[in-house]
Design a protein around this ligand. Structure first.
Ligand code: AMP
Ligand code: MG
Length: 350
């Protein structure tokens, strides 16, 4: 299949440019598009065959449900059994934006879209292209991240093309995304809201709105017996081909440890990468240093993480040492993805 590329000017998103993409979606085809979090791979959420095609293009396990993207709150009411008070409050506070709500579904959305579950994940994105595409197509758009299953989520159209070119109908290029980590997923099917996946919207942000909320104990745990509730959080994800190890502790101790490990590997002839911050970049003396960003701009660190994980593979890095990025607001989300990519290999120094 030939994949069509559509380039969109974000300052001036024209309906005309998205017309063809809308038609592809209505006909059951697949379109990758930018959102404020990462690029999504979209299909008509009400069309089982479109959902099946999404799983096939990504090589995604069929029990890992998709997120349904809407453009108006009234579209949520069309697909759920009831709208709890917390859904209204959270939507008021964070939609349009990087938040996904899990609610009990009605029969509008087929089980092929929800990985066989009776619940459905719903997001109302803020990105102008995502919103226009939903409205133009007249579909609710089921969209997981637009990467091959297991690889880091795409933060620019070139990443999508790397993974899915020739396998999907269309890629809309809207430049680099803003946030760079997937949405915060909040399960509202139980008494207390539960965060199933951390993201830009933090636990504290949620508690400020709903008074009570908790993290799914399964997500940060290495203990295989505590299973994450979101099926997608159970899979190996984001891991580069090289061996990634995270080092945590005081800044000085971390720099010293990484320098000594990197020296050993470099002397043994291995290709070594170091994932550092703007503040520590100049303190490393071995290997290739990749700077995610400054600790004073944690958004930058989040936005650059997935692109760096992809670059390690492109450059054939064999050993990768990363600092821990426990930043104040997005630290939980960043560390969740980083530790997954590292297969939970972490060294603590002091
Ligand atoms: P992705 O958009 O690729 O980040 O994948 C969607 C994420 O949402 C995966 O981690 C899914 O497991 C999760 N998800 C989607 N629907 C549900 C649901 N009904 N219950 C729990 N998790 C869900
Ligand atoms: Mg994904």
């Amino acid at each position: 299949m030939e994949t069509k590329f559509i380039k969109v000017d974000l300052n001036n998103v024209e309906k005309e440019e998205l017309k063809e993409a809308g038609e592809i979606l209505r006909n059951g085809g697949l379109v990758a598009f930018p959102t404020e979090t990462v690029y999504g791979l979209g299909g008509d959420a009400r069309n089982k065959n479109a959902s099946k095609a999404i799983y096939a293009a990504k090589g995604r396990p069929s029990d890992n449900p998709l997120i349904v993207h809407i453009a108006k709150f009234s579209q949520l009411e069309e697909i759920v059994r009831e709208v709890p008070e917390n859904a209204k409050k959270l939507a008021d506070a964070f939609w349009p934006g990087p938040m996904t709500l899990i609610l009990n579904k009605n029969d509008e959305i087929p089980k092929e879209t929800t990985g066989g579950l009776d619940t459905v994940a719903i997001r109302l994105p803020s990105h102008p292209v995502a919103r226009e595409l939903i409205l133009e197509s007249g579909c609710l758009i089921a969209a997981p991240s637009a990467n091959t299953s297991g690889r880091p989520s795409p933060t620019k159209a070139a990443h999508v093309a790397e993974d899915l070119s020739g396998k999907i109908d269309c890629i809309i290029d809207g430049g680099e995304v803003e946030i760079g980590l997937e949405s915060t997923i909040i399960d509202l099917t139980e008494e207390i809201p539960v965060i199933l996946r951390p993201g830009y919207i933090s636990l504290e942000d949620v508690i400020a709105v709903t008074k009570e909320a908790k993290m799914d104990p399964g997500i940060m745990s290495e203990n295989k017996k505590v299973r994450p509730k979101a099926p997608g959080m159970r899979y190996r994800h984001y891991a580069p081909k090289g061996n990634l190890i995270v080092c945590e502790g005081t800044k000085e101790a971390v720099v010293e440890k990484i320098n000594s490990l990197a020296k050993q590997d470099a002397e043994a002839g291995k290709k070594v990468a170091i994932l550092a911050s703007a503040e520590t970049e100049s303190l490393y003396h071995y290997g290739d240093v990749f700077v995610l960003g400054s600790f004073s701009h944690e958004e930058e660190i989040a936005r650059n993480l997935y692109g760096s994980l992809r670059e390690f593979d492109e450059k054939g890095m064999e050993m990768i040492y990363s600092e821990a990025f426990e930043t104040p607001h997005m630290g939980a989300a960043i560390m969740n993805r980083l530790l997954k990519a590292a297969g939970h290999q972490i060294i603590t120094v002091s």
